[in-house]
Design a protein around this ligand. Sequence first.
Ligand SMILES: Cc1ncc(COP(=O)(O)O)c(C=O)c1O
Length: 368
Amino acid sequence: MYKDDFLQKRLTDRSDLNLLRKLPAIHTDWIDFSSNDYLGIATHHLLSDSKELEHGSKGSRLLAGNYSLIEEAEQITATFHQAEAALIFNSGYDANIGLLSCIATRDDTIIYDSLSHASIRDGIRLSLAKSYSFQHNDMDDLKKKISKATGTIYIVTETVFSMDGDECPLKELVETANQYHAHIILDEAHATGVIGNKGEGLAQHLQLHGSIFARVHTFGKACGAHGAVVLGSERLKSFLINFARSFIYTTALPATAVNSIIQSYHLFPCMKEERKRLYEYIQQFQNASLSYQKLTSLSAIQGVVVPGNDAVKELALYLQNNQLDVRPILSPTVPSGSERLRIVLHSFNTQEEVDKLLKLLGNTNLTI
Ligand SMILES: Cc1ncc(COP(=O)(O)O)c(C=O)c1O
């Protein structure tokens, strides 16, 4: 059999800390308060295989894998997001590690928000540049870190933070970047399809897209699809085609996946009602009085803080036993003491479902 006994110790260590990850059981009857399908595009099967498309892929984009539908998708996303150019990557993870690992030289500095997603951190770890984190959304700390910076300076942040649901102060970030001649890289993963009149994201919503060096939009959240795009100048696109290893050394997305992206981008502008309903639920959640501390968030991601891994797991289990799909986020993924339920609201949740969730979270009689 496999000679892999040496793997067991680290698994046991994790298990002893009650942190062993397992693929979750599948419950098709649970009410979805967990997926990133904010507008129901995946849940309601709004992406169809209407076209005769080739299944499979033939190679990397730079060899046999380029094809007209993927170039069309780049054109569509660039136009939708008012960017000069767009380059599709196979996932948001690939886009962030590709962009961040290659953009800066060893003489440059990358400064990133301390709550940045793992894909941003991993990209920075692969970079030769110096890097510093700044305290979450803290412009004073950002300026402090900029004062230590050398070479070309990059500021990296997210529109909506994936574990807290709060937004970055984009206007202030742009002002700071302008003041110090820094370049902003903005991950709009959780804003795509949701923020803005047509779902175009925060940068365009605030008319700041012209001041942002690179934007990353992912297709695995509200698009209900897969992949991601880096938006910027034609020169940046050419740079990435030449230096982003997660673009160069991988097989292109298949046409079926790209067709889903195109369909989502056709749907977004028409989904005003869905966005309106989602924002109504967000308001209702923020206004509700719960037995636990809520994080302030104007996004679909709502955090309910339940300190302690055991306590948060127990509350999640209680909700799951009531058919609500709510997942606990444990330390060390979030700092110890701020363990939380990560609740995701969707336009397709019914009023009764949201009321049930709030009622259970407001029930102070729980012995948890
Ligand atoms: C902020 C952020 N960026 C990037 C990613 C990675 O995107 P993908 O799932 O397409 O790899 C995620 C996904 O969790 C995310 O939350």
